[in-house]
Design a protein around this ligand. Structure first.
Ligand code: G1P
Length: 354
C-alpha cells in the first residue's frame, strides 16, 4: 500500500504565519505537524509516500526532502490548481499505479494512528475504507450513513445530516477510485469532491467500509485548532529533564527540558516542552506551552501557547495566553517615557492588548 498526503492548501486561515512557513511545517509540541502524519504512515508500514503540492512546492520540498532520513521515499506530485480532493487524487494516478493507497489530508492529527483503518480495509473484499468520527456538528463535514460495516451513502456538508458520523479526511482506496473520480462533475463550490467520488463508487457496486476513530482527532486549519492540537499532544508527553534547571526554579507536572536548554529562577507548570537552546529566565511558563529552539523568555508569563524558534519575549507585564507566536519575533517591554506601544507588525497579524 502507498500513501498520499495532500499538502496543496495554502493555509490562508493561518496567515501571517503561513506567509513564511507552509502550514504543514507549523510545530506542535516542537515538531512540524506533518511529521506526525509521517509517523502514522510508518506505524502501518507505508514507506512510499506521494506528497501533493501546489505552487508551495518550492517551500515544502526543500524542508521535507526525499524521506530517506526516515527510511521513506517521498514523491512530489503537482496539483496545478486546487480543484478539490478528488482532483488531487487524479493528479496522483501515475504515482499510485495498480496499488491501493491511503489518502490523508495533510492537516489531520490522529491520536491512535492509522492501524484501525488499515485493519478494517484488510478484513477483505473492500474497494475503499473511510475513517469516520462522531461529531456534534456533522453538517460541516462529509457525512456517512452506515449499515453494519458498510457505508451506504455519503453526502458533502448536508443541511440535514443522516448521521453524526463525519468523514475526517483519511481514506483507503484501490484504483477503482480513478474511474469514479473521472465520472463526477464539480460541485457547487467548483471542486471535484471526494464524497461524490465515494458515492459514485457505491453506485458502481463497490464495497465501501469504515472505521470509527477512537481517541482524539484534530484538524489543524486554524490557530485555535493548532493550540488545541498542541494541548492534545502535550497531554501524552512524559517529562524528561536533560537541560539545566537551577535550584531557584520550581517545576510541576510533565516537563521536557531538552539538552542545551536552561531554566533560571522560573516556575514551570507542565505539560510543557522546552527545546534545546531555549532559555527561561525569571518567568512563569504555564500548562500546554511549547517553547521551540533558541527561544528566550525573560521576566514574562505565558501559557497554553506555541512559541516558534528564535523568538524573544522579554519584560511583558500581561500574561500571554492561547497564542501562536512565529519565529524570530521580539515581544518586549517598551523602554523609556512616554510608555507607548511601539510595534513593527506585518500583514494580517492579530494583537490583543490589555
Ligand atoms: C473536506 C472534505 C469533507 C471532509 C473534510 C474533513 O472538506 O470535502 O468531506 O469531511 O475535508 O476535514 P473541506 O475541508 O475541503 O471543506
Amino acid at each position: 500500500m502507498k500513501g498520499l498526503i495532500l499538502c496543496a492548501g495554502k493555509g490562508t486561515r493561518m496567515r501571517p504565519i503561513t506567509y513564511s512557513l507552509p502550514k504543514q511545517l507549523i510545530p506542535v509540541a516542537n515538531k512540524p505537524v506533518i511529521h506526525y502524519a509521517f509517523e502514522a504512515f510508518a506505524g502501518v508500514g507505508i514507506k512510499e509516500l506521494g506528497i501533493v503540492v501546489s505552487d508551495n512546492r518550492g517551500d515544502i520540498e526543500p524542508l521535507l526532502g526525499d524521506g530517506a532520513d526516515r527510511g521513506m521515499k517521498f514523491t512530489y506530485i503537482d496539483q496545478p490548481e486546487t480543484k478539490g480532493i478528488a482532483h488531487a487524487v487524479l493528479c496522483a494516478e501515475d504515482f499510485v499505479g495498480d496499488d491501493t493507497f491511503l489518502l490523508y489530508l495533510g492537516d489531520n492529527l490522529l491520536q491512535k494512528g492509522l492501524t484501525g483503518l488499515v485493519d478494517a480495509y484488510g478484513r477483505g473484499g473492500q474497494d475503499a475504507a473511510i475513517m469516520l468520527k462522531e461529531v456534534p456538528e456533522p453538517q460541516h463535514f462529509g457525512v456517512a450513513e452506515v449499515k453494519g460495516p458498510q457505508i451506504v451513502s455519503i453526502e458533502e456538508k448536508p443541511r440535514k445530516p443522516k448521521s453524526n458520523l463525519a468523514v475526517i479526511g483519511v481514506y483507503i482506496f484501490n484504483p477503482k477510485v480513478f474511474k469514479a473520480a473521472k465520472s463526477i462533475e464539480p460541485s457547487a463550490r467548483g471542486e471535484l469532491e471526494i464524497t461524490d467520488t465515494i458515492s459514485q463508487l457505491i453506485r458502481m457496486g463497490c464495497e465501501v467500509t469504515h472505521h470509527i476513530v477512537d481517541g482524539w482527532w484534530k484538524d489543524t486549519g486554524r490557530k485555535s485548532d493548532m493550540i488545541e492540537a498542541n494541548r492534545a499532544i502535550l497531554d501524552d508527553v512524559k517529562g524528561e529533564i536533560r537541560g539545566r534547571v537551577d535550584e531557584a526554579s520550581s517545576l510541576a507536572g510533565e516537563i521536557v527540558v531538552a539538552r542545551g536548554a536552561r531554566v533560571v529562577r522560573s516556575r514551570i507548570s507542565g505539560p510543557v516542552v522546552i527545546a534545546r537552546g531555549a532559555e527561561i529566565v525569571d518567568s512563569y511558563v504555564g500548562p500546554y506551552t511549547s517553547i521551540d529552539t533558541n527561544v528566550i523568555i525573560e521576566n514574562s508569563e505565558i501559557e497554553n501557547s506555541i512559541v516558534m524558534n528564535s523568538t524573544t519575549i522579554s519584560g511583558v507585564s500581561a500574561r500571554i495566553e492561547s497564542s501562536l507566536i512565529g519565529s524570530n519575533v521580539v515581544i518586549e517591554k517598551s523602554k523609556g517615557r512616554p510608555r507607548v506601544v511601539d510595534m513593527v507588525v506585518g500583514d494580517r497579524c492579530r494583537l490583543a492588548l490589555p
